[in-house]
Write a protein of this length. Sequence first.
Length: 94
Amino acid sequence: MKISNIIKAIDSIDNMQDMNNVIASLKIRRAFLKNELARKAKATFKVGDNVRIFSGRKSKPELFGVITDIKIKNAIVDIDGSSFRVPLSIMEAV
């Protein structure tokens, strides 16, 4: 199904109950996709890997560190002697 058709279908909703059902369904799907992405990312990393972190900050757009522990959606990364909890989705193996 095309995105434009989905948007048109959402635009045609005329009551709050149906709108709330659509919103709930989207939230569930988003959570599933986010967990899938985290699971795939977790499978690519291991403790001791050197990683590049895309911080999104203008002063330091990229940081480099070493993974010391891996959790479900985050990793503990040692960057310049300090430990930080970093989302797996913003890391890349170096």
